[in-house]
Design a protein around this ligand. Structure first.
Ligand code: SF4
Length: 328
């Protein structure tokens, strides 16, 4: 099914994922980890949305929820008009190919006992995207070329490649399914700086060529600044600000976004904004602070923040921010 540029390819509506904490020999549920709590966003065809935040904020759980690696506690995930969060495994199967994933660790995400050709050929076979061996072979060579690996890479084993090259193999495997959306879950975090830039450039080129949508999950705002269209900032399971990249980076509205951006390295230290060092650690998603969950670390905290949760306010520019300082 084709998707018009103005209609979202993917819609995530108010999703929640709470993991039960079980204790004792009877596995009694004694609490919940509130990993994701009321997250909503959409992604258009050909668009990149970055999901950013500190480790443990729930961003990877959002990605895994979209992939149906586990069931949601509540909420909806809609792909091209079809609700996929409640589909049976058999009904989901034809839609699975449309969303692919690239994980952080290219070392553990490739089967060491399979040659690269077979790794890339697997989704082509599984989704019935070629009619015979010759077609599969030709398609694998084409995909290796797309990710700028030599033709003979198919005959080699994953351990013969560097981290960056392995991530290119993971990208080729994702592309083999002919997806509309790729979830990049910290896909460049484990790589050296120069390799990071090469992989980001490759993803951008492929996006332009193939019209792919990307959900780019990362804690690295310096990378995100150069590759995304919009940014959603998460804190303790919730999106606290969502805006166009340029607006967010030039004029953050949520104190948490401001703090995160103040820590991003800039080439000219004279242009560096005053660094805001947040006090303390991210609170536990089991016992979240009352009111605004960020109030225990916020430099601008007010009395109301401790008791009342701020609404998600849509500003005239279309930016969403959840902070009592920005309520209209
Ligand atoms: Fe800070 Fe209050 Fe805004 Fe929360 S609502 S971010 S505590 S000012």
């Amino acid at each position: 099914m084709s998707t018009s540029a103005s209609v979202p390819l993917l819609e995530v509506r108010q999703i929640q994922k709470f993991f039960p904490i079980k204790t004792g020999i009877f596995s009694k549920v004694t609490g919940h980890v509130h990993a994701v709590d009321g997250v909503s966003f959409s992604i258009k065809k050909g668009e990149t949305l970055a999901l950013v935040g500190e480790s443990g904020c729930g961003k990877s759980t959002v990605g895994r929820s979209i992939l149906r690696l586990f069931d949601l506690t509540s909420g909806e995930v809609i792909l091209d008009g079809t609700r996929i969060d409640s589909l049976s495994a058999s009904a989901l199967r034809p839609l699975r190919k449309r969303i692919q994933v690239i994980f952080q660790d290219p070392f553990s995400s490739l089967n060491p006992r399979m040659r690269v050709h077979d790794i890339i050929a697997e989704p082509i076979r599984n989704f019935g995207l070629a009619s015979d061996q010759e077609q599969i072979k030709a398609r694998v060579v084409q995909l290796l070329d797309k990710v700028r690996l030599p033709k003979d890479a198919g005959e080699r084993w994953p351990h013969e490649f560097s981290g960056g090259q392995r991530q290119r193999i993971c990208i080729a495997r994702a592309l083999a399914a002919e997806p509309d959306l790729i979830i990049c879950d910290e896909a460049v975090s484990a790589l050296d700086v120069s390799v990071k830039a090469q992989i980001v450039n490759l993803l951008q080129d492929l996006q332009k060529e193939l019209g792919l949508a990307l959900l780019f999950i990362s804690h690295d705002l310096a990378i995100v600044e150069h590759m995304t269209h919009r940014v959603a900032v998460m804190y303790l399971g919730r999106i606290v600000e969502l805006a166009d990249r340029t607006e967010l980076f030039s004029n953050p509205q949520h104190p948490y976004t401001t703090a995160l951006l103040s820590a991003v390295p800039v080439p000219d230290p004279k242009k560096k904004a005053h660094r805001i060092v947040l006090q303390g650690d991210v609170p536990s998603p089991v016992n979240r602070p009352s009111g605004c969950h960020f109030h225990t670390r916020c430099p601008d905290v007010m009395d109301i923040c401790k008791v009342q949760e701020p609404r998600q306010t849509i500003m005239p520019s279309g930016r969403m921010v959840a902070c009592h300082l920005r309520q209209v």
